[in-house]
Ligand binder design. Structure first.
Ligand code: BEZ
Length: 263
């Protein structure tokens, strides 16, 4: 057990963009359905909020729309600029962004659950949209990673770490909760769905460990070198009977998909 405080876990800000792209490409590949829902049109001005390494920003740009990608990770932005130099990517904060020109649409895939002050994010989205402009987003909904998160908490607890709110690092709302939040900000919800999407992880037997290393690195950083193998072993042992099938780990993802229109 580490001697320093076990209670303060910072929000995840920095990412290993190369490993994110190499080992977890399913994140943006699943997002192509959300791009279809966006149905971008030539000439539309669109913001990709939490654009990561820019693959979906690029897909949107293929429609002829004028897309800007925004992310708060400098590593992600750097990688996106290298891969798609013709697209504008800006380093920015989902809680506090502002553009001079409004957008026809704000798009977001697998990013909003990282922003645990959703009201501040929705304020920015509402301000960024033209009247009649749309938000099209998908992220983790109520019940997302339910088993995985519980196993992580159990393992952290058995290593002596507190597992209260300090390990609730994500925002996974119900439809009613998120719709209310948007409607308070002049965003009328026209479509919303919550659905299970068990997701195969890359990496075979190492898939869960690699997922944990990437997506829970902010609190894994608290574990000592001795604690880490014990942590992985315990999480894998608890989840193997329910999330491992035919040589592949599955994350128990549950998505909320939303379209809302600015009045
Ligand atoms: C997701 O639902 O995509 C997700 C949520 C939290 C951590 C990692 C991934």
């Amino acid at each position: 057990m580490s001697g320093e405080s076990k209670t303060v876990i910072p929000e995840k800000r920095e990412w290993d963009a190369a490993s994110y792209d190499k080992k977890h490409s399913f994140v943006w590949k699943y997002g192509t359905e959300v791009v279809e829902l966006l149905a971008a049109r030539k000439g539309e001005r669109i913001l990709d909020l939490g654009c990561g390494t820019g693959h979906l920003t690029h897909q949107i740009a293929l429609s002829g729309a004028e897309v800007i990608g925004l992310d708060r990770s400098s590593e992600m932005i750097e990688q996106a600029r290298k891969a798609y130099p013709q697209i504008t990517f800006v380093l920015g904060d989902g809680y506090d962004f502002r553009f001079d020109e409004p957008f026809e649409a704000v798009f977001s895939n697998a990013a909003l659950h990282w922003m645990t002050r959703p009201g501040a994010v929705a304020d920015c989205i509402s301000r960024a949209l033209k009247p009649g402009g749309r938000l099209v987003a998908e992220f983790g909904g109520k019940g997302n990673l339910h088993r995985l998160h519980a196993a992580v908490k159990t393992a952290m607890s058995s290593l002596g770490y507190p597992v209260g709110e300090e390990l609730d690092l994500w925002y996974f709302p119900r439809i009613s909760e998120y719709a209310t939040l948007l409607e308070k900000r002049r965003l009328e919800v026209t479509y919303a769905v919550l659905f299970d999407r068990p997701t195969a992880l890359e990496g075979g037997d190492n898939g869960l460990r690699e997922w944990l290393e990437t997506f829970t690195s902010n609190f894994l950083a608290r574990l000592t070198g001795d604690e880490r193998p014990q942590f992985f072993k315990q999480v894998e042992a608890e989840l193997r009977p329910v999330l491992f099938r035919d040589g592949t780990w599955f994350a128990d993802y549950r998505r909320i998909r939303v379209v809302a229109v600015r009045d």
